[in-house]
Design a binder for this molecule. Structure first.
Ligand code: DLL
Length: 438
């Protein structure tokens, strides 16, 4: 199906690598000269920009991690004057502090192009109505797909999240033809359409672009059946750009990485050693065109496999598998990234409860749910039902406002949560195959 940028998407590997090498060496020099963090980091590892001439030199460079963004919060890794930054987004961090990412106008243009490639690969054309039900705001999902739709001169419908009935009415009345949201919400929309007694064939929907959380092939089939569409995966992370770092083509068996902008590597998450093509490991990205925040060898913590095998769609861009798991404890609940330690820091701030807690994640009617169980302090009057209810509401409100996620909170009696002899077990994830497997 449609390429957005045929020349790049089908470029011979040698040409692509030459372009990557040129862009890589230029970026490495720029960050070394403009960002004290990188100068210090490269000096410490005994590597200089002159050592980086081709993509083969990439492994000489040190890695960067999310903690580096936190340590230099908010703008310490930006490689350009703040005057040139036209947009910022943010994503969650383990301490409750967000990590901030920035974009110059050129970065936004590149991002829009990457999102347009994803839309085109899903059959998107200028005549389409692109219904964007990812969140608009600091999260990159909404605006990322929105700008991609406008770039291809399609009509963007910024429906954003929530109010499912209204979303469905918008689909009916405005003629939405491509739906963009998390896969779990897509399924929920499908069920709601059935419940409302709407015949799906009266809708104009033909395709969906779903990502921001892991999903399975079974889920794809269910979404396709319920909504009567083709469902495509899209991957990205805010630190690297947002949605559109990679996207699925009509073959629906892996996501093509926009390699002219991001060089992927797979490493052993324990040793940091680069693994050969086809092996499963942690995905690492180097941004080679970003101006505001060009991260070098950024460890995503996502476990995937890469394949350079020829794709039947004609694209030569390397393909990554679905995300097979994470190498850290990050949970993705309704598309929101949640670290158990974030919940813990909320609980530690609340009088009357202890730090013994358990997060129970589940999927009910295809929507993720989070229940937080926390033990009350032994000195809290056990029969003070009203007081307990008030505390539960207080915790719920704090979690809601800090993490942007609605949780059920249950305060339980002291010593009822099982203690572990080793690492505390903080999470029970009942979403079976959908949950983090690593
Ligand atoms: O989730 C960007 C995005 C928005 C991607 C909309 C796709 C669609 P963050 O909030 O920074 O950015 O979260 C990034 O989400 O490291 C993965 O663990 C996970 N993730 C993103 N896309 C997928 C996907 C956005 N298609 C983190 N499948 C990443 C599985 C995904 N996991």
């Amino acid at each position: 199906m449609g390429y957005w940028n045929e020349q790049i998407e089908t470029a011979p590997r040698s040409e692509l690598e030459a372009l990557q090498s040129y862009r890589l060496s230029r970026t490495v020099r720029r960050v070394y000269e403009n960002v004290p963090f990188y100068k210090e980091l490269f000096d410490r590892h005994g590597v200089s920009p002159a050592d980086i001439r081709t993509v083969q030199d990439l492994s000489k460079l040190p890695f960067t991690v999310k903690q580096d963004l936190r340590d230099t919060y908010p703008y310490g890794l930006f490689a350009t004057d703040l005057e040139n930054v036209v947009r910022i987004h943010a994503s969650s961090g383990t301490t409750g502090k967000q990590t901030v990412v920035g974009y110059t106008q050129n970065d936004i243009d590149v991002w829009s192009e990457c999102a347009a490639r994803a839309l085109a690969a899903a059959g998107g054309k200028a005549k389409d109505f692109v219904h964007v039900s990812y969140g608009y705001g600091l999260f990159t999902g909404g605006m990322g797909l929105h700008y991609g739709a406008e770039k291809m001169k399609a009509t963007a419908i910024p429906a954003s999240v929530g109010n499912t009935r209204r979303q469905i009415t918008i689909m009916q009345d405005f003629g939405s033809s491509i739906l963009c949201c998390t896969p779990s919400y897509a399924l929920y929309l499908g069920e709601s359409i059935e419940e409302m007694g709407i015949d799906k064939s009266t809708l104009k929907l033909k395709a969906g672009i779903f990502g921001a959380e892991p999903w399975t092939e079974e889920m794809r089939r269910e979404i396709e059946k319920k909504l009567g569409i083709k469902a495509y995966d899209i991957y990205g992370l805010s630190e690297v750009m947002g949605p559109g770092v990679s996207f699925e083509c009509e073959c629906q068996n892996g996501m093509h990485i926009n390699e002219d902008h991001f060089i992927p590597e797979i490493i052993d998450p324990e040793t940091g050693e680069v693994l050969p093509d086809g092996e499963q490991g942690e995905l690492v990205f180097t941004c080679i065109t970003k101006e505001a925040l060009p991260l070098i060898r950024y460890r995503t913590k996502d476990i995937v496999r890469l394949s350079k095998e020829k794709c039947a769609c004609g694209r030569t861009l390397v393909k990554m598998s679905k995300v097979l798991g994470r190498s850290d404890d990050m949970l993705i609940i309704r598309g929101v990234n949640v670290f158990p330690s974030q919940v813990e820091s909320v609980l530690l701030d609340i009088q009357g409860v202890t730090a013994n807690y358990l997060l129970i994640v589940d999927r009910v009617n295809n929507l993720d749910t989070l229940e937080i169980q926390v033990e009350m302090s032994p000195d809290m009057p056990f029969d003070a039902v009203r007081m307990i209810e008030e505390k539960e509401s207080e915790i719920k409100a704090k979690v809601d406002s800090l993490l942007g996620i609605s949780a059920k909170v249950r305060i339980v009696s002291p010593k009822t949560i099982a203690r572990s002899e080793g690492k505390a077990k903080r999470v029970i994830d009942n979403r079976n195959s959908y949950h983090q497997t690593v």
